[in-house]
Design a protein around this ligand. Structure first.
Ligand code: HH2
Length: 278
């Protein structure tokens, strides 16, 4: 039986879980501007929990290609009111940030998980997690920075290179005193990767399980789905479901999604077939 230790919850990973996304940003690639006002982000948290989200992930920085990095104050102003509400909802809450000041403020509110697309590479980020007794952390792979990451990223073997990076970051964290049970890993779909890289990461995702940590994966509405289907971001729900199901089939423990209700139904079907007699 596998678990993820976080601030308030020891999360059971026996069945695949759905992490609902709330972006409090003006410029996220799918929901930018929709939940910029704290009241609308708060109502969206309630809605995602009612739809069956197992976890909530709240972010105040868009990491889409070319996005501007907000200041700490801007990011804090966006996420803190929403986090304050989210921690009352009875599900684990994650803060999607790379900024150690934002991490610390979120952990001070009792937030359960730090989800960092930069895998705690900013100065002070590792120390922030190491100073906490139990908070969970998701380490994600990104090649480069959002401003430049889509400028001809190159890999000789994308799966091996992502695995090597995630293994190295895990070791850094463990050397700083963070127990392995607090860590999940994410291949970072779309972060410094072209569609063939992302598709190989899904096809060969099971190889990443050799790192010995649970996998969290986010395909929701991303541009590779647009390249494959020819559809704009608003019409990528079906492709997102297919990718989420395949990620689970290839061993992902948690899928990070915008469309919680539809993903919950898809995973119920997956679980029913998994449990069916031969
Ligand atoms: N993707 C995005 C943001 N954070 N975190 C993890 N662990 N894994 C991901 O794949 C991931 C992530 C990008 O999606 P979104 O938050 O919807 O967009 P934006 O960065 O434009 O706000």
């Amino acid at each position: 039986m596998s678990h993820w230790q976080t601030t308030r919850f020891r999360i059971d990973l026996d069945r695949p879980l759905v992490m609902g996304i709330i972006n409090t940003t003006p410029d996220s690639f799918f929901d930018g501007g929709r939940y910029e006002a704290p009241e609308s982000a708060i109502a969206h948290c309630d809605r995602l929990v009612a739809e069956g989200a197992d976890l909530l992930d709240i972010g105040g920085e868009s990491t889409r290609p070319g996005a501007r990095t907000p200041s700490s104050d801007e990011e804090l102003e966006r996420v803190l009111p929403v986090l304050r509400h989210a921690v009352t909802l009875g599900v684990p809450v994650s803060v999607d940030t790379s900024d150690p000041r934002v991490m610390q403020a979120a952990l001070d509110l009792g937030v359960d998980i730090v989800n960092d697309v930069r895998a705690l590479r900013r100065p002070g980020a590792v120390e922030c997690l190491a100073a906490h007794a139990t908070a969970g952390v998701c380490l994600m792979h990104m090649l480069g920075e959002p401003g430049s990451m889509q400028h001809a990223p190159h890999y000789d073997d994308v799966v091996a290179e992502v695995a090597s990076f995630l293994g190295a970051r895990t070791r850094v964290l463990m050397a700083a005193g963070v127990q392995a049970g607090r860590i999940t890993l994410d291949p970072g779909i779309g972060f410094g990767k072209q569609p063939p890289h992302n598709l190989s990461l899904l096809k060969r995702q099971r190889e990443l399980l050799a790192l010995g940590r649970p996998l969290l994966v986010g395909w929701s509405r991303k541009s590779t789905l647009g390249v494959v289907t020819g559809r704009p971001v608003a019409e990528r729900q079906a492709a997102s479901m297919a990718a989420a199901l395949m990620a689970v089939q290839q061993g992902a423990s948690i899928v990070r999604v915008h469309d919680v209700a539809a993903t919950v139904d898809a995973l119920k079907m997956w679980a029913a077939v998994s449990a069916a007699p031969l």
